[in-house]
Design a protein around this ligand. Structure first.
Ligand code: GLN
Length: 243
């Protein structure tokens, strides 16, 4: 009898940061666990809530105004979330949420939004809005690509020990200049890829689930294979496509 496995997920501020259906990432993580008999506990975190310990923390994208409301709240939890990161917890931030995982986001108008520095990165407003399909070549996934779409004006620069999620093949990525896409430090990940990201990138979803299981149980647990024919057919149909 296989042991009962479980992961717990915190969905950070879904009422404010859920642009372009980013909660599709939560649905994907939940279904890909349940299809394998892994139970999933999901806690939506709202403004004023205390963030408790979880195996995986997810935050979606949003416009500058919603980011401002969340930034102040997230910053109150910076120390706790930094400890969680250092204990191996998994973080996935999309676009506006990704920007808040860095040191700051400086929009065109208004004050600089403080980030929680899970990633050694910073974001400044750009003059151009990057909108379109994106293909990323990663060095750690199989298949090696990630696909999605971007819609942001923020320009993100990564530094120090924080590494890009991959190299831009199609699209703009972090800043439209250095050909980097997303960021990773320890098990904290950020990306501009909406879509939502994980339904068309099941291999990345499983990668994150295995990291979350490792954080919870202290050992590497390899997931059983699912029939991803449809998901990967969709993925492959988008690789390299700008339109
Ligand atoms: N407001 C941020 C920007 O435009 C993030 C937008 C988003 O989350 N799609 O860069």
């Amino acid at each position: 009898m296989e042991r009962e496995l479980k992961i717990s997920i915190a969905h950070l501020y879904p009422k404010l940061l859920n642009l372009y259906g980013d909660m599709g990432n939560i649905i994907t993580l939940k279904k890909r666990c349940e299809w394998r008999g892994i139970s999933v506990e999901i806690e939506d975190i709202g403004i004023g809530d205390t963030i408790k310990e979880h195996d995986l923390y997810f935050i979606g994208g949003g416009q500058d105004k919603q980011q401002q409301d969340v930034a102040d709240e997230l910053f109150k939890n910076k120390d706790f979330l930094t400890t969680e990161r250092d204990n191996g917890a998994v973080f996935l931030g999309i676009c506006g949420g990704y920007q808040l995982f860095g040191h700051y986001y400086q929009p065109f108008d208004g004050n600089k939004l403080k980030g929680i520095s899970l990633l050694d990165a910073y974001t400044v407003a750009g003059h151009k809005r990057f909108i379109g399909n994106v293909t990323v070549e990663t060095g750690f996934l199989t298949p090696s690509t990630l696909v999605g779409f971007e819609n942001h004006s923020g320009l993100t620069y990564i530094q120090g020990d924080t590494q890009p999620l991959g190299k831009i093949i199609v699209g703009n990525g972090n800043n439209g200049k250095d050909k980097t896409a997303g960021a990773r430090f320890k098990n904290a990940f950020g990306t501009y890829l909406h879509g939502s990201l994980l339904p068309k990138n099941p291999h990345f979803a499983d990668y994150l689930i295995e990291l979350a299981l490792q954080k919870r149980y202290g050992e590497k647990i390899t997931l059983s294979k699912l029939d991803d024919t449809i998901e990967l057919k969709t993925h492959n149909s988008l690789v390299g496509k700008a339109y």
